[in-house]
Design a protein around this ligand. Structure first.
Ligand code: GLC
Length: 577
């Protein structure tokens, strides 16, 4: 088989972060070492052997910085210290060294679009103090008589400076009487957006970034990057935009310049990786950032596949179509084949649980391991979100009081205000399908009270299924979801074609099977997934599978020749051809 141009190029461009399997930790819910019901750094350190046994190469740690926790740490009040409930810098140093001792790298979260409203910068800014006055986006209100939108906040005869809506629901502006002005917050009102046009802000942020890099970390996951630049003059948005104003606060005119500056001045001087979260971003946009080395992004979390089930639309909740999913995934694989490297994920701390969303809770073990097979055999770097490796599922939130997440609360309140629903009960189904809190229920370590996560009272409701689905129950069972993840991680790490191979989709119109090849030089792997609750037959394609050998199967006795074979519901098989 001829060596493809792509193969030649990737061979020349091997990188640790392309070969890595990353595990994402949400510290509040991972492991509580001191019984206060909240996870902490010492708790993560206690579990590094668990991560090592799972076989992951890197950890992405969600924010652990000092924070009033309006958005669980994505509201930072001091970039250079640790939230004291999680521990202190010495605990963090210990975690880093325990991870490094096991050759596990550490990627930290970097939240630069906004700070907490309790950050000293904002406190000074709201008082209009010196250079801080212009650290955030402050504007005078608009006379209410001239506006065609309404904001409850502020003086009676004024509304917000423009009609933008927050990504969490409600207006994107809040009024501060002290300054008699409004400030912009694209997320929660406790998360004011930094003014990146201000050179002093950019310098301050670069200092923060250097400060962490000097501590020996291995990379950054960069939060909400697509929103850093806004259209000059902050004009009104199209009232039909979701949220209104998105065309002015996503991929603003100077985004590339800010990223390039950050890379040139700090990031590129270190052997680290960068993965940027970019909501509201097309595959083409993502590819164009990735292919431009100056921008300095190794990977992008792009969300096109997360829209496949209609998200928060109560009308279509939970519905999705495999052919559409295959089309989207293949479009991103093809777009990035020569232009960049994907960040592969199906779940994270902002998304529902993957087995509930893309699998079948009734075929728990089989569907969870099929999804794992997919995640670990596509081209890109796989990100496993905590609990996925045991197949954690969505919880049932019976009332809004059980929800902590400001996005869920904001959306429910907005739906009720907009008349989409009259009560929480009418929205319970969509919340139970989509809330970010499904990902945040405590990690299920055992069937003990508090899920083995804590000896105390957990900060968020535990998922009732923890007595069945937990690490202790799966650890020694070779067939368990946990051990399927271990096997698949190992397979990926030992199979070059699964990392660097070209991707090719087979049978695109099949609405039960997702089948594809990964090819690197003369090494070819075929993945056949029966992504359905019924048996399915792989009719094959022009590929000769006569000499195939099974590398992995999530059922006993996988068919040795897949062509013409009947696959059981949720059967996943990986072949070497
Ligand atoms: C990102 C984070 C999310 C957070 C938001 C605001 O989307 O992943 O958890 O709420 O940014 O920081």
């Amino acid at each position: 088989m001829a060596v493809s141009e792509t193969a030649k190029r990737v061979r020349a461009d091997r990188q640790w972060w392309k070969e890595a399997v990353v595990y994402q930790i949400y510290p509040k819910s991972f492991f509580d070492s001191d019984g206060d019901g909240i996870g902490d750094l010492a708790g993560i350190t206690e579990q590094v052997d668990y991560l090592d046994a799972l076989g992951v190469d890197a950890v992405w740690l969600c924010p652990v910085y000092d924070s009033p926790q309006a958005d669980n740490g994505y509201d930072i009040s001091d970039y250079r210290s640790i939230f004291d409930t999680y521990g202190d810098l010495a605990d963090w140093e210990r975690l880093l060294s325990e991870l490094h001792d096991r050759d596990i790298r550490l990627v930290m979260d970097l939240v630069v679009n906004h700070t907490s409203s309790e950050h000293e910068w904002f406190q000074r800014s709201r008082r209009g103090e010196g250079e801080y006055a212009d650290y955030y986006h402050w504007r005078d209100g608009r006379p209410a008589a001239e506006a065609d939108y309404d904001t409850d906040d502020g003086p009676a005869d004024e509304v917000a400076p423009n009609n933008w809506e927050s990504i969490f629901g409600g207006p994107a502006w809040s009024y501060v009487p002290e300054r008699e002005q409004w400030y912009l917050h694209l997320f929660d009102e406790n998360q004011p957006d930094l003014n990146w046009r201000n050179l002093t802000v950019r310098r301050a942020m670069k200092d923060v970034v250097s400060w962490w890099l000097d501590r020996g970390i291995d990379g950054f996951r960069m939060d909400a990057v697509s929103h850093m630049s806004k259209t000059d003059g902050l004009p009104d948005g199209d009232p039909d935009g979701t949220p209104t104003g998105i065309e002015h606060f996503s991929h603003g005119p100077r985004l590339e310049e800010y990223l390039t500056e950050l890379s040139a001045d700090v990031l590129s001087n270190h052997d680290i990786t960068t993965v940027a979260e970019m909501g509201h971003t097309s595959i083409e946009q993502a590819a164009s950032y990735l292919e431009d080395d100056a921008v300095g992004l190794d990977m992008i979390f792009q969300f096109s596949h997360m829209g496949v089930d209609g998200g928060w639309d109560p009308e279509t909740v939970g519905e999705w179509d495999l052919t559409e999913f295959k089309r989207i995934m293949s479009e991103r694989q093809d777009a990035l084949a020569d232009r960049g490297w994907d960040a592969l994920f199906l779940g994270n701390h902002d998304q529902p649980r993957i087995v509930s969303r893309f699998g079948d809770e009734a075929a728990h073990r089989e569907s969870a391991s099929l999804i794992a097979t997919f995640l670990l055999t596509m081209r890109g770097t796989p990100y496993i979100y905590q609990g996925e490796e045991i197949g954690m599922t969505n919880a049932d939130f019976e009332s809004l009081d059980e929800i902590d997440d400001p996005q869920t609360v904001g959306r429910v309140e907005q739906y009720i205000a907009d008349g989409v629903a009259d009560s929480y009960e009418e929205l319970r189904e969509v919340v139970n399908a989509q809330s970010r809190d499904h990902a945040r229920t405590p990690m299920q370590w055992s069937d003990e009270a508090g899920t083995g996560f804590t000896d105390g009272e957990p900060w968020l409701k535990c998922n009732a299924d923890y007595t069945e689905i937990n690490v202790a129950a799966q650890r020694d069972d070779p067939a368990s979801v946990l051990n399927q993840y271990r096997t698949l991680i190992d397979l990926r790490q030992s199979t070059d074609a699964l990392v660097y191979g070209d991707y090719e989709l087979l049978t695109p119109e099949d609405d039960q099977l997702y089948a594809y090849t990964r090819t690197l030089d003369d090494e070819q792997v075929l993945v056949v997934l029966n992504w359905s609750s019924e048996s399915a037959t792989f009719e094959g394609s022009e590929i000769d599978t006569g000499d195939a050998t099974v590398l992995y199967g999530n059922h006993d006795d996988a068919p040795t020749d897949p062509t013409g074979a009947s696959l059981r519901p949720w059967e996943a098989v990986v072949y070497r051809l």
